[in-house]
Write a new protein. Structure first.
Length: 255
C-alpha cells in the first residue's frame, strides 16, 4: 500500500482476485476498454467519440464481447452516446439491441467540503445515467472495483483484454502504463490528440526528453512506458475503422 495525494493505493498483489474473476465471468469477452480524458484537449471533438462508440458497437454486433469505460465525464460519455445511437438506430419494435456496455467505477471519490477533501460514494456522471435509460436494460450497467480512482485504474488494467485510447490526459497515460506490464494491447487513435498522440509518438520514437521528464515527474512509475517491450503493445490507428481492423487481428491471433 502506498499513497498518492489524498488516495491510498493498493499494490497489484493486494487486488481482489475474486472480484476480478466475478466481473470477467459476468461479461462476455473480449472486454474492450475505451480510455480517454475527462477534460479533452482541443484536438478532440465529441463527434470523434460518438463515431468511435457507434463503430465499436457495430463491430460487436457480429462478435462476442463488451465495451466499457472508467465512468467519468468527457470522452467516455461521448463513446456511450455513440453506442446508444447505434442501438437505437438498428433496433426494431420487436428487437431492441443491448448496449453491451458497462462502466468500471471506484467505491469513493474525494470532493471538497467544509472540512476539506473528503471521500464520498462515487456516482457516475448524470450523462451516463440518462443514456442508460435509453438502453434495453433502461439503466446504466455498473461494476465497482477499487476504493478510489487510483485503485480503479489498477483494476481497469487487469480486467480489460484490449484498450482503445481516445484523446486522454495524465490519468489515461497512467492507465496505459499500468496495462503494459500485463502485456495488454493498446490501440492509439492518434488523430484524437492528447494521450493518444503521446502514445503514438512514443511508439514511433518521435518524442524528446522534455516529454519523458514531464511524464516521469507527474508519475515516477511511468518509466515502464518508455521500455522497448511497451512499444510492442502499442498499435497505431489514424481513425476508428483502422482500430476495428487492429481489434479483429488481435482476436484472430488469440483464437
Amino acid at each position: 500500500m502506498h499513497t498518492r495525494g489524498n488516495e491510498k493505493i493498493m499494490d497489484t498483489k493486494e487486488l481482489n482476485k475474486e472480484l476480478i474473476d466475478a466481473i470477467k465471468e459476468r461479461r462476455s469477452h473480449p472486454l474492450i476498454g475505451i480510455i480517454g480524458s475527462t477534460f479533452p484537449s482541443r484536438e478532440y471533438s465529441p463527434e470523434q467519440g460518438y463515431e468511435a462508440g457507434f463503430v465499436l458497437r457495430e463491430f460487436l454486433n457480429g462478435n462476442k464481447g463488451n465495451l466499457f469505460t472508467g465512468g467519468v465525464d468527457g470522452v467516455g460519455i461521448d463513446i456511450y452516446g455513440g453506442i446508444i445511437r447505434y442501438c437505437y438506430t438498428n433496433s426494431t419494435k420487436t428487437n431492441t439491441l443491448a448496449d453491451r456496455f458497462f462502466v468500471l467505477v471506484p467505491e469513493t471519490e474525494f470532493l471538497r467540503g467544509k472540512k476539506g477533501m473528503q471521500p464520498v460514494p462515487y456516482e457516475p456522471p448524470q450523462g451516463y445515467k440518462v443514456l442508460g435509460m435509453l438502453s434495453s436494460d433502461h439503466k446504466l450497467n455498473v461494476e465497482v472495483a477499487g476504493s478510489n480512482m487510483a485503485e480503479r485504474r489498477i483494476y481497469l488494467a487487469e480486467i480489460g483484454d484490449i484498450f482503445v485510447v481516445v484523446n486522454g490526459g495524465y490519468g489515461t497515460i497512467d492507465e496505459a502504463n499500468l496495462a503494459f506490464p500485463k502485456q495488454k494491447t493498446l490501440i492509439s487513435l492518434s488523430n484524437t490528440g492528447g494521450a493518444a498522440r503521446v502514445l503514438a509518438n512514443i511508439k514511433t520514437g518521435s518524442y524528446d526528453e522534455t516529454l519523458e521528464n514531464m511524464l516521469k515527474q507527474n508519475n515516477p512509475s511511468i518509466k515502464s512506458l518508455f521500455e522497448p517491450t511497451a512499444f510492442q503493445n502499442i498499435l497505431l490507428a489514424s481513425n476508428i475503422q483502422e482500430a476495428i481492423t487492429q481489434i479483429s487481428d488481435y482476436l484472430d491471433n488469440k483464437s
